[in-house]
Design a protein around this ligand. Structure first.
Ligand SMILES: [Zn+2]
Length: 264
């Protein structure tokens, strides 16, 4: 549940052995279950303050349709509070289409960006910011951070912040550890770099290849005021995430939620 695969990417140095990785995966999943129950996933929505918008690129299969961009203005009043939509592991080939849907619905979201992808696609980072969204830190290449030594942790955090800023985005203030995997060393370095460590509270498992309707149902079934919804713009199955977005956004609004950062 807390694991997800990237759409593509180079081998990562310093990975744990296969067996250890599997063990860690199970422990991570168990751990997250406890975390979720204990609601140790606060992400102050007021920290998600955006900038603004345009531009993009496109190489992915086109997923969005005309219907998906016909956003109804529901006159949302946020009577039940806010829910934050967050997108991890990009920017990647589906990111421009996600930005297009968010723009159509006037939604602001948070993108947790990988440094190596920010370096490869700085124009997409700019498009994220130009759309009024937050471009935040999700490590350089998605390791289990707690496995790394201090120098490697510094590379993951500092170089990603630098790549995001070099692309033209404001300095990131949030760090979402891949797999939710962190420890005191990581937390300390993040703090020193001005990054608050944040996780999520609603896990859609969209990276697993779920149907769009199921992804949306998970969000709508679990959303409460202040929820932080984990979605992915940078994995192989992100097309399903795009297809789920209209139902997620209109469903949340019908239930009285604003998507955090959307326009009141
Ligand atoms: Zn991730």
């Amino acid at each position: 549940m807390t694991n997800h695969r990237k759409a593509a990417g180079p081998a990562r140095p310093g990975r744990p052995s296969h067996r250890r990785k599997h063990l860690r995966r199970h422990l991570t999943e168990l751990g997250f279950g406890v975390l979720a129950l204990a609601a140790i996933v606060p992400l102050a929505l007021d920290a998600l303050v955006p900038q603004r918008g345009s531009a993009d690129t496109g190489r992915a299969r086109t997923v969005i349709s005309r219907d998906m961009l016909q956003a109804a203005d529901t006159g949302n009043v946020c009577r039940r509070g806010r829910v934050a939509l967050t997108f991890d592991d990009g920017p990647d080939v589906y990111t421009p289409q996600i930005l297009e849907v968010l723009r159509a619905y006037n939604v602001r979201a948070t993108f947790f960006i990988m440094g190596e992808k920010a370096a490869a696609h700085p124009e997409m980072v700019r498009a994220v910011v130009a759309g009024g969204h937050l471009a935040e830190n999700h490590s350089w290449d998605h390791p289990h951070m707690a496995d790394l030594d201090a120098a490697a942790v510094h590379h993951q955090l500092a170089d990603t912040t630098a790549a995001i800023m070099r692309a033209g985005a404001p300095r990131p203030t949030l760090f979402r550890p891949p797999f939710g995997n962190t420890d005191a060393l990581v937390d300390g370095q993040a703090r020193a770099l001005g990054l608050r460590v944040v996780r999520w509270s609603v896990d859609t498992n969209d990276w697993r290849g779920r149907r769009p309707a199921d992804i949306a149902a998970t969000v709508l079934g679990q959303a409460v005021p202040g929820s932080v919804v984990l979605l992915h713009d940078g994995v192989a199955n992100s097309a399903a995430t795009i297809r789920a977005l209209p139902a997620i956004i209109t469903g949340l609004r019908a239930r009285g939620f604003c998507t955090a950062l959307d326009t009141e």
